[in-house]
Design a protein around this ligand. Structure first.
Ligand SMILES: Nc1ncnc2c1ncn2[C@@H]1O[C@H](COP(=O)(O)OP(=O)(O)OP(=O)(O)O)[C@@H](O)[C@H]1O
Length: 821
């Protein structure tokens, strides 16, 4: 019997709390649907009247049972108190929820379901305890009616929701496809690609576009997949970097930290209890409570930053570092794995800043495991303790204030999210402007644009500060608003305990306990709301990183791609068509074969498509149509690594790292010996020059090789290719920056290097390719002529012949164009 009464008591309390929580969660979910662009459906008058009728009937049932309870006379037992709480709370609850103008059918349906589920066992247990007393029979009848009404409310709201959905489907928005799905199927996937396909040539890499795109993504995502839950779920790709699945050390630190959290929880109760004991002993005149005071001191010190707090801080270090390491390494690898279309569209400074901003998420694991879950436990303990030590009214006050505090926090944080997003964007812009100016220092100097750049940076800094101020100011107001609720709650609780003491039901020690315990009680509530606010900010910061993670490389290894083993070097283009933009073809029906050891020169006016052919060879892009084969393997069927290691490239503008000459050379072959480096440099006609530098091979080349001349940079790039010793060479204007003598030396060296290797040469100066086995002349993306130098210059009115004549004429008129002797 006592057990049944206990269960009933728990059910009564649980029913009220669970209903309130369900309503709160449903409200938040709905709220965020609205932020995501979904509006609450207008409710018909007919439905609104019915809804109010149902609610009215339900409230009548609660009031009726409350009257029965009061007339019954047994108001002091724990069960009666729990019933009072249940009935009082739910009457208020349904009054607030059921008569609002706003359509709250979603919240009502969910809350009614929870209430019905918990009231059903209350009814069953009450029925089992039936003694044929009139009050009991009345109570059961009322409870049965209430259950019926609750079930009707659920059914009614389900039906109205379905009717609403049908209406929505009939008027599906333009954003959605016929089947109701939005056009973007996944959050953050290559928006540029979508735009390109849609024929939209807007410059999507601008930050304004980003902000709009992110907002649109968020809105569509929220609309398509179910509110903030979908938004949070969108971050799941980042979870593997935050969860230490295989890291034993981090797992152990996490476990120990959780265990210590439990100890702290126990301490949070023991310390105020100890102070309560001290007070009671003092008031009770049982002598000075020195022993109790010393125990309190020990407990307090043990619980503070010099005890458990210190161990916790030390244990947190590996946890924080784990996430940072994971996210940073993964973001770097991912960005580096993205294809050329991504890198040519995006600003590198902005991408780096996005990675940096995303690192804020590294505290997610710590926040979730070590902050949020323990504070939830703290709250549950607090509710139980207050109920056990005082009474249900105190618990109710605490619950209500927690719920209001958290609801307020969630809503106010949401208001500030866009400000945070603006601030994050301004931060990236500031980095971008600064990076551009520093990187382009030479250009800035040539044009004497220092004051222009200073203004630009000053504007970017000011803009960032303005947005930061707005966000921080809002945050301060939110905190102020939140802080108001807490003293009010303490006042109410203290008021109620004092009342209990004045009635002789509680001792002054209980008051001391409450005041002391308040510290430990307020902390989890405040921490929870604070963490929530920062978590939301961190997630906004990480949106761009998430977008990066979700951008898949457009060029990647196909499943089952094979390794390109040792190759002979046959390269074949078969009816290749290619376009960077579908509206403008770049290469049209390109077909040719380069046999091992052959040198194929690509010639044509600027923009004809020469470099594009080499980019396709290296698979920076995939052909739109046709195929490219290396030794009979389609380049799309072999791994990117093995394909690219078959090539050696001397680009138009070689990039050197700000390191020594030797280090730059070893980039091509890390294990190369000094002798190998020297051989390669001799072959590239740069060895003697390097030895003439004071530091020789240890000379630092400066950023992008600014401390070297153009010809030296180019010869170092050639030396790197010698070191790499590839089967296929791509020389893009490889000798454009050298004088005639050096050019001759390089040409001789290249002739040696070319032996037995397939070589593609792109040259504007035709003198450098007169010995090529085949010259392919391109015009507007098509091959217009092909043959040897001799064959081509003999074609009257041929395009090559025309180019050749112009260059020869250029030399005759004193132009700097050089011809091979
Ligand atoms: N990443 C890109 N995105 C869009 N269009 C591009 C891109 N790269 C090149 N193009 C365009 O493709 C065409 C061919 O360019 P490509 O660089 O292949 O010409 P090229 O013959 O090598 O010219 P140059 O001799 O001046 O280097 C040009 O019209 C160019 O504007």
């Amino acid at each position: 019997m006592i057990a049944q009464a206990r269960i009933l008591q728990v059910l009564h309390l649980g029913c009220a709390v669970a209903t309130a929580l369900t309503a709160l969660i449903s409200f938040l979910v709905r709220c965020n649907h609205e932020i995501g662009g979904e509006t609450r459906k207008a409710q018909s008058r007919h439905h609104a009247i019915l809804r109010r009728l149902f609610t009215g009937a339900l409230i009548c049932c609660y009031v009726a049972e409350a009257i029965i309870l009061v007339t019954d006379g047994d108001g002091s037992s724990a069960l009666a108190q729990a019933r009072q709480f249940h009935l009082g709370f739910l009457t208020l609850f349904w009054l607030v929820l059921g008569f609002r103008e706003k359509d709250l059918s979603y919240e009502i349906r969910n809350s009614a379901t929870t209430t019905a589920v918990l009231e059903a066992p209350i009814f069953t247990l009450s029925f089992l305890q039936l003694h044929n007393e009139p009050s009991q029979i009345c109570q059961l009848v009322v409870q049965a009616c209430r259950l019926t009404i609750l079930v009707s409310i659920v059914i009614f709201n389900c039906w109205t929701a379905r009717a609403g959905k049908k209406l929505n489907a009939d008027y599906s928005p333009l954003l959605t496809n016929g089947d109701g799905r939005t056009e973007e199927t996944s959050y953050g996937t290559a928006p540029l690609r979508v735009n390109a396909e849609a024929g939209d040539d807007s410059d999507s890499d601008s930050d304004d576009d980003y902000l709009d795109t992110t907002k649109q993504f968020r809105a569509k995502q929220l609309q398509a997949a179910g509110g903030w839950w979908a938004y949070f779920k969108g971050f799941t790709p980042l979870l593997p970097f935050l969860i230490p699945r295989n890291d034993r050390k981090v797992q152990i630190c996490l476990l120990l930290n959780v265990a210590l959290l439990m100890v702290v929880r126990a301490m949070n109760i023991l310390i105020p209890r100890q102070l309560g004991l001290v007070t009671d002993k003092l008031i009770g005149g049982q002598g000075p409570p020195y022993r109790e005071l010393v125990i309190w001191l020990l407990l307090d010190v043990l619980n503070g930053s010099s005890g458990i707090g210190l161990v916790q801080s030390l244990l947190k270090i590996p946890i924080e570092q784990f996430s940072y390491r994971q996210i940073t390494n993964a973001a770097f690898s991912h960005v580096m794995s993205l294809s050329m279309d991504f890198h040519s569209e995006r600003d590198s400074a902005e991408v780096l800043k996005a990675v940096e901003q995303g690192e804020a998420l590294t505290s997610l694991l710590e926040t979730a495991v070590l902050d949020v879950s323990p504070t939830l436990i703290d709250l549950l303990v607090a509710f139980t303790l207050l109920y056990w030590k005082f009474n249900s009214n105190l618990t109710l006050v605490l619950m209500m204030s927690t719920v209001s505090y958290m609801s307020l926090e969630v809503l106010t944080s949401t208001w500030n999210l866009d400000n945070r997003r603006e601030y994050t964007k301004a931060e990236r812009e500031e980095t971008r402007v600064m990076y551009q100016a520093v990187q382009g220092w030479q250009t800035v100097t040539y044009f004497n644009m220092f004051s222009f750049e200073r203004n630009r940076i000053a504007n970017a800094v000011e803009d960032k500060l303005r947005k930061e101020r707005k966000w921080t100011r809002y945050n301060a107001f939110i905190s102020a608003l939140m802080s108001l609720t807490m003293p009010a709650t303490l006042f109410l609780l203290a008021f109620m305990v004092i009342h209990e003491i004045s009635q002789g039901r509680k001792s002054p020690g209980d008051f001391v306990f409450l005041v002391q315990y308040w510290r430990s009680l307020i902390y989890p509530i405040k921490a929870l709301s604070f963490k929530y606010r920062w978590l939301m900010s961190d997630m906004v910061g990480a949106e761009r990183l998430l977008e990066l993670f979700q951008t898949k490389p457009s060029i990647a290894d196909r499943e089952g791609a094979t390794e390109l083993e040792t190759i002979k070097g046959v390269v074949e283009f078969k009816h290749v068509n290619f376009a960077y933009d579908p509206r403008k073809p770049t290469l049209k029906d390109i077909s040719f074969t380069a046999r091992p050891g052959e040198t194929v020169a690509l010639v044509g006016e600027t923009g004809a498509g020469k470099s594009s052919i080499t980019k396709l060879l290296l698979r920076f892009y995939d052909v739109t149509d046709g195929r490219i084969e290396v030794d009979g393997h389609d380049v799309r069927d072999v791994t990117l690594t093995s394909l690219r290691s078959a090539f050696g490239v001397v680009p138009q503008d070689p990039l050197l790292f700000n390191a020594s000459i030797a280090e730059n050379l070893r980039y091509a072959k890390p294990e190369a010996t000094d002798a190998e480096l020297e051989d390669a440099c001799r072959a590239a006609a740069i060895h003697a020059k390097i030895l003439s530098f004071p530091a020789g091979y240890a000379t630092k080349v400066g950023e992008n090789g600014v401390k070297l001349s153009g010809g030296e940079v180019q010869r170092l790039a050639i030396a790197r290719v010698f070191l790499r010793d590839p089967r296929i060479l791509i020389l893009d204007e490889a000798t454009s920056a050298v004088d005639t003598n050096t050019e001759c030396e390089i040409q001789n060296a290249l002739a040696k290097l070319r032996a037995g290797r397939t070589t593609f040469v792109i040259a504007h100066r035709l003198s450098t390719i007169v010995n090529a086995d085949r010259i392919i002349v391109l015009h507007e993306g098509s091959i217009v002529e092909s043959g040897s130098h001799q064959e081509l210059i003999q074609r009257p009115d041929g395009r090559y012949q025309g180019l050749w004549s112009k260059q020869v004429a250029g030399v005759k008129t004193g132009d700097l164009i050089s011809l091979e002797s």
